[in-house]
Design a protein around this ligand. Sequence first.
Ligand code: NBP
Length: 500
Amino acid sequence: MAKNKSEIGLIGLAVMGQNLALNVADHGFRISVYNRTTDTMKKFVAENPNTPGGLVGCETLEDFVASLKRPRKVIILVKAGGATDAVIDGLVPLLQKGDIVIDGGNAKWTDTIRRERDLKAKGLRFIGSGVSGGEEGARFGPSLMPGGDPKAYAFLEPVWNAIAAKVDAKTGRPLGGAEPGKPVEGGVPCCTYIGPDGAGHYVKMVHNGIEYGDMQMICEAYDLMRGVLGMTAPEIGKVFAKWNTGMLDSFLIEITADILQQADPVTGKPFVDVVLDTAGQKGTGKWTSVNALDMGVPAPTVAEAVFSRCLSAVKEERVAASKILTGPKKKFDGNKAAFVKAIHDALYCSKICSYAQGFQLMREAQKEYQWKLDFGAIAQIWRGGCIIRAAFLQKITEAFAAQPDLANLLLDPYFNSTIKKAQANWRKVVAAAVEYGIPAPTFGSALSYYDGYRAARLPANLLQGQRDFFGAHTYERVDQPRGKFFHIDWPEKVRPQIEI
Ligand code: NBP
């Protein structure tokens, strides 16, 4: 009987799937669950017998599909890539026209475009939804970035709005305090329809790229305090805790303060001092950087963050090189408090540039894929639930509310005036990093981005001359309209110009 059927179903009961299923059930929706390995499903259902909506465990895909209300809504939360295709292949023959498949994994947006097209041809509807916030977000409120057929999304919207993180309507601050079985009441959901086909997964990818940038910038601030000022991890942790009460207030700054003040349970030393300095990655930062290169959009800060992880990974080579290659041995003799404040300003300015680059990337992507993205709404849904949640995002929302067609975040009056006030400190820190031999690639590249973007004239005139010299690639002239191309017959003495 239809009334006993589940509102929605979920396939994939690893960390994300289990937590998201409990979140859905906490909001009173009956949810069917299926996992390739049946024991995982049985254990999960047995451990959670009393959720408000109810969990319906299914041992076969056939039973799972039959347990769902029509049009069926099936969330897939399995390992991104081949596993998602395998699940879709198994599911499709069992579904009926109009049913909706929702991929909540970290899919590449081009895969989502392909899957949406393939399923449409079979009369099925596909939503690719970014789900951010890791385990905790999935359980108590993620930031959700759904993309796909808007008519299909209308069926999913009540569930997605219910389970999403909530922020205060006035301040934009996350509303916390959810507990199992007791979700947060009221607030604005961190969820909005992003756009057709792969738009949701694209925006989630850029979110992850920005996350890479944020994390690396924080690491550079830590390394400067450690390397230039000789501060201990707990001392630096206290600085981050203080910063978290100001304009840098964010989830990543907050957890950084905690991590730096954490002692290693084995040795009692600061925890970070016993962690090996090699960083892993799962690929979304790389996708963001490759896409920026493909589209010709300058996004150097995310790319530097990815390269920093790559450099960290060659630990043995670095250890060997450290015995051969030399650098400065300068001792700090300035004002410590003033330098800490300068690092704060460098971090904030670099962060503004990194986000400016991320939004530029999305602007270009919407042209490439004929999407119409609402940048204010995107900043709004990142204010809660996700890893990059920050008070700062409220300023981005306000910037796009004031000027929806803002060409670059740097041109917004708030961000412009902030950088104006803080840039002397930013430059001081980048210069100090060079003088003291501390690598600060995201701070430095963000500053070069800022200086490049504000430069009415760059040295590309010389570059174009070089290209014309060796490859007859032609050049435009400052005294002629754009689009008229010239060439000089090199390499003999400069001959009269030829218009091409
Ligand atoms: P994993 O990415 O570790 O995937 C494990 C799940 O995939 C299990 O349920 C497993 O079933 C299933 N699976 C695999 Br692997 N191959 C399968 C196949 N061929 N057919 C059917 N099922 C298959 O899980 P996760 O960490 O919970 O992440 C789920 C998704 O959410 C991923 O796309 C991930 O990128 C994304 N995500 C994760 C996080 C996070 O913090 N972990 C955050 C945001 C997004 P089994 O039990 O039978 O092996």
